[in-house]
Ligand binder design. Structure first.
Ligand SMILES: Nc1ncnc2c1ncn2[C@@H]1O[C@H](COP(=O)(O)OP(=O)(O)OP(=O)(O)O)[C@@H](O)[C@H]1O
Length: 669
């Protein structure tokens, strides 16, 4: 589209309240209406630092700016790229429309924040995080009223504001479509940055109309190969009806009501035709995906710029992402000063690489999965696969195929070429059997045979396949009780419990503050603020944390999102439901939400002093009834969506799956 084809109008249809708000901010900043134009540029060092910080944006924005400029050439306008602070990083075009005194106004190094220049498209778009045109007299400073400017903010693939794209020109050259053009160009930059990020992630392209796949308006969402949400572009956020922050609590299966394995299955054939899927809100979309190998998925932020601001040859090529971050995945990382945990870690270190099966016990969210990964990463098998199977979340009817795999035609609906089971996938590495207490009885014998004979026979296969796996299992259940009731095989139990370790609940740990700091550090690595006010720490320390570290992690993540950059997390940033729970008087039989000041022993079947075991059992039963009732209510509210119900309750999905036998059968999706 050439500029001549753009429609003209006298002035933009503008949301006046937005301009009024910007004027009020400008007054509060003390910007003077009549200030003489002063377009002093920041020093060379400061500009280089800003360019360095924005190098990823710069690399992807410059080519788009060229194209945009071709479309507005001869309109006495310039295309301008700024940082998130409103500092001009790059501009393209002829500044002859500017008065002599101000012909450097749009040059790199000039600050166009609202604080510096009052209401203007760049400053106001950044402040409002919204695309805006500021035309003629709408500018706060008289010196800028000869301009018409349209600007759109630009967001990084991880969701944070990183800059703005602007077209500024003589106010007489105003075109009503300039803002749309700028908005589309900003989106193009965002999509290109998105495409260059998360190289190893599973990337899903989708739109309700198949002809829009591959265009600027398609939704793109990326997930880890295990199905954890990583990020989504603007269109995807719009289609999900959720912001990128809200999406952090989701997984592929909670957004598409399908397990990740079904997606792999759907796109496993040679056809690249789009397939129809249904979003969690009931909207049907057409999807395309490229299944990539599992592996590290974080985005490299590409190579640095040289002095002149140009990217180095080949700089757009992503550097290979580092392998796993060692501090996040080793036993050493988990040791933060709690004595019980230190002794667990010391025992584990002795058995790593000794081919001794390890069993991890602990409440939900205490970090059993993380510990299993750490054991694997500290072992000689670290470069081989780590394959986790959650026995509680796979329906009984599928667990056999999931674990042992199947051959072509093994059962109705079996995939054409058959499928490799998880045990075989773990060959050479570690098989982590999470929630082993939920393994159906009839499969326990088969599993035992695999562990004894180190061979598997996939469903429908005549032959056996050798497998070499080291096994780690985990459960929150009392396996001895399950053995007594005949639900768990004793011989399998003894096969699995070479070394049994128990992870302490968060409320029992003496290193609570260190755990909080570690979780905050992990959040900071995703660009979020980290300080925490002392009264918040005191409150957190007194809470009883039924969901353990997972609950703490979720709470801090939400709180950090609420906080302005540089400020500390204070009480007002904590979610209302958490504060309600903390401040509610303890319901009879439901236990107090705050833990006693002194560390407590695990409360399993502990009779109160002077009380008898029956009373404790009764209280435990009442507690269980309350929990089941709450789960059923939440599941009803969320139409059987286990992830959404678990999130609303602040528990893990496993906690709900574990109670599935006690819940009305039609409630689980
Ligand atoms: N020591 C820790 N430091 C930081 N984060 C942790 C720690 N332990 C657990 N977490 C975090 O808490 C969450 C739950 O951990 P994990 O899945 O390992 O628990 P789990 O005991 O296996 O839970 P479940 O029994 O419900 O499967 C994860 O987000 C994990 O990263």
């Amino acid at each position: 589209m050439h500029s001549q084809a753009l429609g003209r109008a006298e002035s933009p249809a503008q949301d006046h309240s937005l301009i009024d708000k910007a004027h009020a901010r400008s007054r509060a900043f003390g910007v003077a209406l009549e200030d003489k134009p002063d377009y002093a540029r920041v020093g060379k060092g400061e500009l280089s630092a800003a360019l360095e910080e924005s190098r990823f944006l710069f690399q992807h924005a410059v080519p788009v700016m060229e194209t945009l400029y071709e479309q507005i050439a001869n309109t006495h306008s310039m295309v301008v790229l700024t940082s998130a602070q409103g500092l001009v990083l790059h501009s393209k075009g002829d500044s002859d429309f500017l008065e002599k005194a101000s012909n450097v106004a749009l040059m790199p190094g000039v600050d166009w924040s609202e604080q510096a220049r009052g209401t203007n498209a760049v400053g106001t778009a950044l402040a409002e995080q919204e695309a805006v045109t500021v035309h003629g007299a709408q500018h706060y400073m008289r010196a800028n009223q000869a301009l018409t400017c349209s600007c759109a903010p630009i967001f990084a693939p991880q969701g944070q504001l990183i800059g703005a794209l602007d077209v500024s020109g003589d106010h007489r050259s105003y075109h009503q479509h300039t803002l749309a053009l700028v908005r589309m160009s900003a989106q193009m930059i965002e999509n290109q940055m998105f495409a260059a990020s998360f190289p190893k992630a599973v990337r899903l392209h989708f739109h309700s109309r198949p002809e829009f796949l591959g265009t600027l308006v398609e939704g793109i969402a990326v997930f880890t190969p295990e199905g954890r949400f990583i990020s989504a572009n603007r269109s995807a956020q719009f289609q999900f009806g959720l912001s990128v922050n809200a999406l952090q609590a989701h997984t592929f299966s909670s957004l598409f009501d399908l397990p990740m394995s079904a997606l792999f299955e759907l796109f496993s054939g040679p056809s690249t035709a789009p397939r129809s899927l249904c979003l969690h809100n009931g909207v049907s979309v057409w999807c395309r995906t490229e299944i990539r190998p599992a592996g590290p998925w974080a985005a490299p932020m590409v190579a640095p710029l040289d002095e002149g601001g140009a990217s180095r040859p080949g700089a757009a090529e992503p550097r290979p992402a580092p392998a796993r971050r060692p501090h996040l995945s080793s036993l050493q990382y988990l040791d933060t000063g709690d004595e019980q945990l230190a002794s667990v870690i010391a025992k584990l270190r002795r058995v790593v690489d000794r081919d001794i099966p390890i069993m991890i016990l602990g409440e939900t969210g205490t970090g059993k999965d993380l510990l299993a990964q750490a054991i694997h990463n500290d072992s000689a098998r670290a470069r081989q696969p780590f394959v986790a199977v959650n026995c509680a979340s796979i329906p009984d009817t599928l667990i056999e195929a999931e674990l042992f795999g199947y051959e072509e035609g093994a059962f109705t609906g079996a995939r054409k070429k058959g499928a490799m089971g998880k045990i075989q996938q773990a060959h050479g590495g570690t098989l982590f059997l999470d929630e082993i207490g939920d393994m159906p009885r009839h499969l326990q014998a088969r599993l035992l045979r695999v562990l004894q004979e180190r061979r598997i026979s996939p469903l429908g296969a005549g032959k056996e396949i050798e497998v070499d796996v080291t096994v780690i299992s985990a459960t929150h259940k009392n396996l001895k009780e399950l053995i007594a009731s005949g639900e768990f095989r004793e011989d399998l139990y003894y096969r699995l419990n070479g070394l049994v370790v128990r992870l302490p609940a968060l409320r029992e740990r003496s290193d609570f503050q260190a755990v909080v700091q570690k979780v905050l550090k992990a959040l900071r690595e995703r660009g979020q603020p980290v300080r925490i006010a002392p009264e918040v720490m005191a409150l957190l320390q007194r809470y009883h944390w039924p969901g353990n570290v997972r609950q703490l992690h979720n709470l801090l993540r939400t709180a950090c999102v609420m906080v302005d950059e540089g400020s500390a997390v204070s009480l007002e940033h904590l979610p209302d439901d958490f504060l309600d729970e903390v401040h509610a008087p303890p319901a009879s039989g439901a236990g107090a939400p705050l833990r006693p000041q002194a560390p407590v022993a695990p409360a399993v079947h502990a009779a109160a002093p002077g009380g008898d075991l029956d009373e404790a059992d009764e209280a435990g039963q009442r507690l269980q009834d309350v929990a089941i009732h709450a789960m059923a209510q939440m599941l009803r509210l969320h139409k059987g969506n286990v992830s959404a119900a678990a999130k609303a309750l602040g528990v893990s999905r496993n906690t709900i799956y574990r109670k599935k036998n006690l819940l009305p059968p039609d409630l689980l999706d």
